[in-house]
Design a protein around this ligand. Structure first.
Ligand SMILES: [Zn+2]
Ligand SMILES: [Zn+2]
Length: 512
């Protein structure tokens, strides 16, 4: 038999229409050899009847089957007596509902609005003989399931959300069996309909939030069978710059090498190598304000434990995981961090960031300013130091991975440039050296030579041993600052000229 005209005319451009089998009703009748609710019946034809909900599709098919089945001829042998008994449709019902398309409700932006005037009693009558074979009547509980989500939602701040259902594998198996046995026109999985129907109900009862499947602040994951709920929460990312004002703390938490964080005699049971870190000095305040569960600092490179980061500081992104709150004032946050941790770490230029900016920060080409205090067992003659330090900026530095980091970095030779170098010899015979270099150049080795693994070095040029007493980072320059910062313009261009392409990978794994 041919398809009803309202189906064909509903969305003529849809390629699925070409595949509508002549036996649309045969498929429906086959499906009704099992006791199905209207949702589960209609879902087999989810691409037909644009603007209809699956429940309406299912009901319409049941009505048509009942009408066709009432013809007392042999043209529809597929509508068995058993199926006819599952079609308790009376003429009054059909007249009452009129089979009108769904009215244009405020929720019509949803793909499949359901008609609010729908006669639910009719559906209940259908499944009176037992629960729906496929969904076990889960669609009777949509409001209840939405309440479970709303209850959880009240504990989180978010502006976009989505709902996902975790299905019982047995339900999914039954659905696949039905598709195999009876076919269907682009059937929709039960999970999709549940997600949408529950999401719609949650959306209607929340103010000022949007439904966003692609990248929501929060995804509520519901188990419809057990009514349990978990949520996946998008972290909050905050970009800024930090200055590390003391020596002796690492950039990020550093678990004890001996016990790997469990706590042992070597670390006094703390499980850590150092008492605190830049990460904790910033993160502990932010995680408290946003009521998060954990945090992680992503820095644009890192400094050694005994190195300070001064000047304009180092760009970083703080990731706060599972935050209950998402809104914050960067100015207030800055104040809280600086008042709480200002003796060790200070921050400035905070703003909200996104996950996409994390790899940009970590892999960004950059120039770095350093200040080092050096001494030597030989005397540091001012003229000689000045001459040799200027040589450092005249040829590329070939630097093999330093001995001190070789256990965790690939052993290879990196070629880097020193862009500016100056020196001041102090009255006590020590000297202060200021440098502007490519990111990823190890500065201590540039000065003391690392037993010949860095060439040239200040030590090899001067042919005397050099000791680096202190080293400070005076600023990490973003790519956009390299060409504009005072005094850096020519050197910014020089970076491009020497390297052609920035050595992002090498730089990423390198440490000053
Ligand atoms: Zn069902
Ligand atoms: Zn330990």
């Amino acid at each position: 038999m041919c398809c009803p005209s309202w189906v064909v005319n509903s969305e003529p451009d849809d390629p699925a229409i070409d595949r509508v089998p002549a036996d649309l009703l045969e498929t429906a009748a086959c499906a009704l050899s099992k006791n199905l609710c209207d949702h589960c019946l209609g879902r087999l034809f989810a691409k037909l009847g644009f603007g209809l909900g699956n429940e309406e599709r299912g009901r319409a098919l049941r009505v048509v089957l009942a009408m066709v089945g009432e013809r007392e001829d042999e043209s529809t042998p597929f509508i068995s007596r058993e199926i006819l008994e599952r079609l308790p449709v009376h003429k009054e019902d059909i007249q009452e509902s009129g089979m009108e398309p769904a009215p244009d409700t405020p929720t019509s932006s949803w793909n499949e609005p359901s008609s609010p005037s729908f006669n639910r009693a009719w559906m209940e009558e259908v499944s009176e003989g037992g629960k729906c074979w496929l969904c076990e009547d889960v669609f009777h509980s949509l409001d209840e399931l939405a309440s479970v989500v709303l209850d959880e939602a009240s504990r989180w701040e978010f502006s976009t959300f989505s709902v996902g259902c975790r299905m019982d594998p047995r339900t999914v198996e039954r659905e696949q069996l039905l598709w195999q046995e009876c076919g269907g026109v682009s059937p929709e999985p039960i999970k999709e309909e549940l997600n949408r129907e529950i999401g719609k109900r949650v959306f209607e009862r929340l103010d000022g939030v949007e439904f966003d499947r692609a990248d929501p602040d929060i995804t509520f994951v519901l188990d419809p069978l057990y009514r349990s709920i978990t949520c996946q929460v998008k972290p909050v990312f905050i970009l800024g710059r930090y200055r590390k004002l003391v020596r002796g703390i690492p950039q990020t938490r550093w678990p004890c090498r001996h016990c790997r964080g469990k706590g042992c005699d070597r670390c006094g049971g703390t499980g850590r190598m150092y008492e605190t870190s830049v990460e904790e000095q910033i993160g502990k305040h932010v995680v408290k304000i946003l009521e998060g569960e954990d945090f992680k600092l992503h820095g644009m490179g890192r400094e050694d434990v005994d190195v300070m980061t001064l000047g304009t500081g180092r760009p970083f992104i703080l990731e706060v995981r599972r935050p209950r709150k998402r809104t914050f004032s960067p100015v207030d946050l800055e104040k809280v961090i600086n008042e709480g941790s200002g003796e060790m770490v200070s921050v400035h230029s905070l703003r909200r960031a996104s996950r996409k900016e994390v790899p940009l920060i970590k892999g960004a080409p950059s120039l770095k300013r350093y200040r080092a205090l050096i001494s030597s067992t030989s005397s540091l003659d001012e003229e000689k130091v000045k001459y040799n330090i200027s040589l450092l900026a005249k040829s590329p530095i070939e630097q093999r991975t330093p001995v001190r980091v070789a256990h965790r970095r690939a052993d290879k030779v990196r070629r880097k440039w020193v862009h500016e170098a100056s020196v001041e010899v102090l009255s006590d015979g020590k000297a202060v050296i200021e440098l502007l270099t490519d990111g990823g150049l190890y500065i201590k080795e540039l000065l003391h030579g690392d037993g010949g693994r860095t060439e040239p070095s200040l030590s090899s040029l001067m042919e005397i041993p050099i000791e680096v007493e202190t080293l400070d980072v005076m600023g990490v320059l973003f790519e956009d600052e390299m060409g504009t910062k005072e005094g850096v313009e020519s050197h910014g261009k020089k970076v491009q000229g020497h390297n052609g392409k920035h050595q992002t990978d090498a730089q990423k794994e390198a440490q000053e």
